[in-house]
Design a protein around this ligand. Sequence first.
Ligand code: G16
Ligand code: MG
Length: 222
Amino acid sequence: GMQVVLFDLDGVIADTAKYHFLAWKHLSEKIGVTIDEEFNEQLKGISRMESLERILELGQKSDQYSLVEKEKMADDKNELYIELIQTITPEDALPQIPQVLASLKDKEIKIGLASASKNGPLLLDLLGLTEFFDCIVDPTSVVAGKPAPDIFLKGSELLGVQPSQCVGIEDASAGVWAIKDAGMTAIAIGDVINLAHADKVLSSTCELTSNVITQVWHENHK
Ligand code: G16
Ligand code: MG
């Protein structure tokens, strides 16, 4: 049966995507690039340096900066992001998330974090959810980021189960590809237009329960 649920963080456990967006927007404006929410969709689930690269490419500025300058920009963005997330408290977990985590724990289903964010452990602490997680995959330990399946595969490996026994939960198109390419069942949160490659799309975490997760897994393994 289903043994493990691997959660994405940004956009699934908490609405931190808005803070990533604000921090990137601030950085972009300083270098004369304008980004909007639609462009920001492409940055979801994508690593910090890769996100910066996409912004620089949008402004055709990628070759104007050295690697050292790019690293400084990425650090500045992260500094602002960390400032913005300090206000996060357990109240900021998205609807149903603490209940779903508790219910999975009751059912002895293991829980892992498969976030591209280096700030994942800090965010789980701010949200008071660290205790639910049996493993947090270190995103720096995998070579290829989402949409590559590596971070999800690493999660199943660390928890000692086969990919087919896992469900992944994502809000980003790149993340859903990562789950599917890992050979897992994918539940997506958000707009079906961006996320039709998932096994099930829920419009928000309000619809997420541990029963829905197990049902979607069973549907996929008939
Ligand atoms: C998240 C966000 C991305 C962000 C990435 C890296 O991934 O969706 O927008 O760029 O992490 O975050 P950081 O700069 O904190 O290391 P996920 O996989 O949790 O959605
Ligand atoms: Mg996400």
